[in-house]
Design a protein around this ligand. Structure first.
Ligand code: ATP
Ligand code: MG
Length: 246
């Protein structure tokens, strides 16, 4: 008897990443003037994955991240996001600016190297912002922001302004802000690039521990081979093309 055979009536066949995708680029391209920053990119991101995007400076890493996030509209091809209710997918390229912004607000979280936090606001106010923009009351937004900050190890620092935090603490606030609305994809562009190596390691731990989830994927642009090696998968870019792609 073949004991390795899976009984199809009790075990559905394992789905490949191509079938389970949450976010998918198909033939996506973007040029700046004469520079072809991204050429014919095909990428499938599944929920639960952490994916590193690496490559030399100028190879198109940030362009790929911004195209996948709908920040830069692809000029060729499409970028598809599965709907949260499983009713199909939306092509970010084909949506109106307003619809694309709404999706970014509800489904995506962002952690950049620096500059995304508002220095005149407190940690709590920064983290509450995406919830307020999505229509939550201030009381609800603040409660959830404080809970998220505490989950990321920032208890006691909730009322500090960003300028009164260390670089590592500020990046944790940025991660809390990216996570607070429970997004489907976290996009991080060189999230530890401005930190010393010890702090960078700590922040990476937090990001890897809190980012990917049963229903969420994490994409990290990084120059750092150590960071890439900690992710489930690596996408390498060279001159705007994904290496190894057909
Ligand atoms: N706004 C822009 N205007 C003109 N050219 C741009 C613009 N943004 C990117 N480029 C060009 O597109 C190419 C890819 O840039 P991109 O920022 O994606 O690279 P990168 O891999 O993120 O580099 P780095 O590691 O230095 O951040 C580069 O040749 C860059 O000069
Ligand atoms: Mg870049």
């Amino acid at each position: 008897m073949d004991t390795t055979r899976v009984d199809p009536t009790t075990s559905p066949p394992a789905q490949s990443r191509e079938q389970r995708w949450l976010l998918q680029a198909r033939g996506a391209g973007k040029s700046f003037g004469g520079t072809r920053a991204l050429i014919d990119a095909a990428v499938s991101i599944a929920p639960g994955e952490s994916v590193a995007i690496t490559g030399p400076s100028g190879s198109g890493k940030s362009t790929l991240l911004h195209v996948l996030a709908g920040i830069l509209p692809a000029e060729h091809g499409g970028v598809f996001l599965r709907r949260g209710d499983g009713s199909g997918s939306d092509n970010l390229v084909a949506l109106s600016d307003a619809a694309r912004s709404a999706i970014r607000l509800r489904r995506f979280g962002f952690v950049f190297q620096q500059g995304l936090l508002l220095p005149e606001l407190t940690a709590t106010e920064n983290v509450a912002l995406p919830l307020l923009l999505a229509g939550a009351s201030r009381a609800v937004a603040n409660t959830r922001a404080v809970a998220e900050l505490q989950r990321l190890g920032l208890a006691g620092l909730e009322a500090r302004r960003i300028g009164q935090l260390s670089g590592g603490q500020a990046q944790r606030v940025a991660i809390a802000r990216a996570l607070v609305a429970d997004p489907s994809v976290i996009f991080a562009d060189e999230p530890t690039g401005a930190l010393d190596s010890h702090t960078a390691e700590e922040v990476l731990e937090v990001l890897l521990a809190t980012g990917p989830d049963a229903h969420r994927a994490l994409l990290i642009v990084t120059h750092d081979a150590q960071v890439a090696s900690r992710c489930d998968r690596v996408i390498r870019l060279r001159d705007g093309r994904i290496e190894g792609a057909a």
